[in-house]
Write a protein that binds this ligand. Structure first.
Ligand SMILES: Cc1cc2nc3c(=O)[nH]c(=O)nc-3n(C[C@H](O)[C@H](O)[C@H](O)COP(=O)(O)OP(=O)(O)OC[C@H]3O[C@@H](n4cnc5c(N)ncnc54)[C@H](O)[C@@H]3O)c2cc1C
Length: 446
């Protein structure tokens, strides 16, 4: 199966091409549309269905997989990104589905609210983020889709379905993580929390010492994560504690130095040298943990998310939290033995279980392990080897990050797989929202 998938992802570039952020996925849609109302959005779906065309909405193109590609009508929501309403009593906010998280976060803050947890960037659209089960870290917190209280979805025949806990709860249950396969999400209602600050501490640590007390770090901190630096015994750790203490941000120059110069420009330069001279990677990697300890307090969304200017390819797996240490040590052993030169740190995060059928954290305390390579670098051997390890723990791949699974290998890993497929048959019986990636990972729509 693996070689078939590789052949299917060779890029076809033409003047009317859409390309994702990582530059590894391209498509030449029949048309690119920019609706600004729900009626226009529904009209696009209705016309496409009548003409036997397919439809795909793209968010910010921050998925590494071919999930957002289409040869039919490609819909961009750059004119459909407003906050529509806010209910102070229930702390819910309804937004148009194309709103980028960066704008949403500011809009929530102005209303004294915040999302409970976030991933590490804010470029994504809200619909794109929930559709692939985007998550951050924190053993007591779920991914972004767990914060969804309602949606309006445009089904394959162009009809608009409102779903919430009172109306169409079965659809809401499945559609929170829908991979873009159930319909076009028009609006999303989010359950928010009062705005809060995070007390951030970032510091290097010896990876073996960290793993020896891992449970303690994960359970005793609100949002703990770490990055193991391949070819070294070092990890970079991040502890974020929720607090109502006042903001004590880093001085601007320091934030710029840490987030742009160190994390992006200097990091990117090391990666480029590593791509030209892979044998230098172990020596360059030893420079990464040399950054010192950083401590500050800032608004939650400013701490959770940061700029990402260095482009890369990524694969991420969700495994039971109990398997974290064994799985990570197997990756470490593989890297040491393989002779591969890996220039990107391996990221390790944790979340609470949830009940969303295609969520990667469904029904279990979850550890996420993510591997990356610099853009333009071969990743197959590394990613396949890591995937083989993750398979031993019933690993579930991030839907927006590279992997080699198929519907056949995935179905047994999601206990509510059939419930999702029933929603898909109901909302999209003609396969209007299908594409080759969805057919690979979910099977045919009908
Ligand atoms: C630098 C970087 C950092 C990242 N960090 C994290 C992280 O910390 N945690 C994490 O879990 N992931 C992370 N990701 C992955 C990213 O969050 C997901 O791939 C996410 O889906 C991207 O959102 P997007 O808006 O770019 O969606 P796209 O990639 O454009 O689309 C993703 C899917 O959503 C569908 N979709 C979009 N809008 C709609 C709509 N209105 N209706 C129906 N379907 C829709 C698309 O059709 C497609 O199927 C990262 C990716 C990058 C490149």
């Amino acid at each position: 199966m693996r070689h078939v998938w590789r052949a299917a992802t060779i890029a076809r570039v033409s003047p009317n091409t859409w390309t994702n952020w990582a530059g590894n996925q391209h498509c030449a849609p029949a048309s690119i549309e920019h609706p600004s109302t729900e009626a226009e959005l529904a009209g696009i779906v209705r016309d496409a269905a009548a003409a036997g065309q397919r439809v795909k909405v793209v968010g910010a193109g921050h998925s590494f997989t071919a999930i957002a590609l289409t040869d039919g009508r490609l819909v961009q929501l750059d004119d459909y990104r407003r906050v529509l309403s806010h209910d102070a009593a229930t702390r819910t906010v309804t937004v148009q589905s194309g709103i980028p998280l960066s704008i949403l976060n500011e809009g929530l803050h102005q209303r004294g609210l915040a999302l409970e947890n976030l991933g590490d960037i804010a470029y994504q659209s809200i619909a794109g983020a929930i559709s692939t089960a985007t998550h951050g870290t924190g053993a007591g917190f779920g991914g972004i889709a767990t914060q969804v209280a309602g949606m309006r979805i445009i089904a394959g025949d162009g009809s608009i379905i409102e779903c919430s806990s009172e109306c169409e709860p079965e659809l809401l249950h499945a559609a929170r993580v829908g991979l873009g396969a159930l319909g076009v999400i028009s609006t999303v209602t989010l359950r928010c929390v009062p705005a809060f600050n995070l007390h951030a501490v970032e510091a290097p640590a010896r990876v073996d010492e960290l793993l020896a007390s891992l449970d303690e770090h994960v359970e005793n901190n609100d949002h703990f994560e770490f990055f193991w630096v391949p070819h070294t015994g070092w990890a970079l750790t991040k502890w974020n504690e929720r607090t109502q203490d006042p903001e004590r941000p880093r001085p601007r120059w320091q934030a710029f130095r840490d987030d742009y110069i160190m994390s992006n420009f200097a990091f990117g330069a090391l990666k480029r040298i590593g791509r030209l001279r892979p044998s230098l990677i172990p020596r360059l990697s030893r420079m990464i943990p040399s950054s010192g300890r950083v401590e500050y307090i800032d608004r939650s969304y400013r701490v959770f998310t940061s700029p990402r200017l260095v482009r890369f390819y990524e694969m991420e797996y969700a495994i039971p939290a109990e398997a974290c240490i064994e799985a990570l040590n197997r990756i470490r052993a593989f890297v040491d033995k393989s002779g591969l030169m890996i220039s990107f740190p391996v990221e390790v995060r944790f979340t609470a279980p949830d009940d969303i059928p295609l969520s990667t954290a469904y029904g279990r305390r979850t550890c996420y392990i993510a591997v990356h390579v610099f853009q333009g670098t071969q990743y197959q051997q590394y990613f396949e080897a890591v995937e083989d390890i993750m398979d031993d723990y019933g690993g579930r791949p991030h839907w927006g990050k590279l992997h080699f699974q198929t519907a056949e290998t995935l179905a047994p890993r999601f206990p509510e797989w059939d419930r999702f497929q029933a929603a898909r048959r109901r909302l999209d019986p003609q396969g209007t929202f299908a594409n080759p990636y969805l057919e690979r990972v979910l099977g045919k729509a009908t």
